[in-house]
Write a protein that binds this ligand. Structure first.
Ligand SMILES: Nc1ncnc2c1ncn2[C@@H]1O[C@H](COP(=O)(O)OP(=O)(O)O)[C@@H](O)[C@H]1O
Ligand SMILES: [Mg+2]
Length: 268
């Protein structure tokens, strides 16, 4: 099983769009995928067609310490989505309280990680949609994952944000002895801007081969699909947006050979 956090402390850089559409693309390639929504804004939950406020069992229950009366195991909150092979651990706005609820708990960075380990769920992939911050929710996601996809929109201050993000990763390496592999995905790219090439060159210098070759260009179908509560492959399968994410899934799948993990064999 591969556990991948999709992160960047900046908002609006396609973290959620990537979780939903990479998730659906991997599912399309016959992988069994779980998306964990770790953002109180619950955009992954919404973008997969659910009404967050209707859930009384969410990822917040999973983050409660095991002895809390509110605690649930991960498998108790996982639900199927309309897309075959694609599952969701939903969130709602109550998750905003997690920062406060976990602040004085020992081992608070590790709650998501230990619940995933305990659950032993039959997924090929877990994708974790992070909130736009470097707080306790993001740290839980980073601690739980083996790989991180940082989404970057190529504009002027993008690299500064990434340096700050890498600081957090370095602190984890030193203090929590946890060292996930960091990949970069360029998103919402607009080739008409002059900065485009410059920023991509800079990212290449910094991340080398860990920059995905697939670039997610600006594509209106991607934005429209989320507002209709479905992955783009369902909303407009012939769109460029669908193609970008299917290409990305192929690249991610190619890495399976380098990151051996038992792949599940299943029929839809
Ligand atoms: N490639 C794209 N082309 C056009 N719009 C996009 C693209 N990717 C994301 N968006 C839109 O940009 C906004 C921010 O994306 P989102 O995935 O919510 O970012 P984040 O989760 O990082 O805050 C959303 O309205 C989304 O629909
Ligand atoms: Mg988001």
């Amino acid at each position: 099983m591969r556990i991948i956090a999709v992160a960047n402390q900046k908002g609006g850089v396609a973290k959620t769009t990537t979780c939903i559409n990479l998730g659906a693309s991997l599912a399309y390639h016959a992988r069994k995928v779980l998306i964990i929504d770790m953002d109180p804004q619950a955009h992954s939950t919404l973008g997969l067609g659910f009404e967050p406020n209707e859930f009384d069992k969410t990822i917040l229950n999973v983050l409660e310490p095991p002895r809390s009366p509110y605690h649930l195991e991960l498998k108790e909150v996982v639900i199927p989505t309309r897309t075959p092979n694609l599952y969701l651990a939903p969130a709602n706005i109550d998750l905003a309280g997690a920062e406060y609820r976990l602040i004085d708990k020992l081992g608070r960075e590790d709650f998501l990680n230990s619940s995933i380990q305990r659950a032993n769920l039959p997924f090929d992939y877990i994708l974790i949609d992070c909130p736009p911050s470097l707080g306790i929710l993001t740290v839980n996601a980073l601690k739980a994952c083996r790989e991180v996809i940082v989404t970057i929109q190529p504009h002027y201050f993008a690299m500064r944000g990434i340096e700050e993000f890498m600081e957090t990763i370095n602190l984890m390496r030193e203090n929590l002895k946890h060292d996930p592999e960091v990949y970069v995905l360029v998103t919402i790219a607009d080739i008409r801007t002059n900065l485009y090439r410059e920023v991509i060159e800079e990212i290449k210098r910094y991340f080398g081969n860990n920059l995905f070759k697939t670039i997610i260009h600006r594509n209106i179908s991607l934005a429209e699909a989320s507002s209709h509560g479905v992955p783009v492959m369902e909303y407009d399968p012939s769109s460029s947006g669908a193609k970008y994410y299917l290409d990305l899934a192929k690249e991610v799948i190619q890495l399976e050979e380098e990151k051996p993990g038992k792949r599940l064999l299943r029929k839809n």
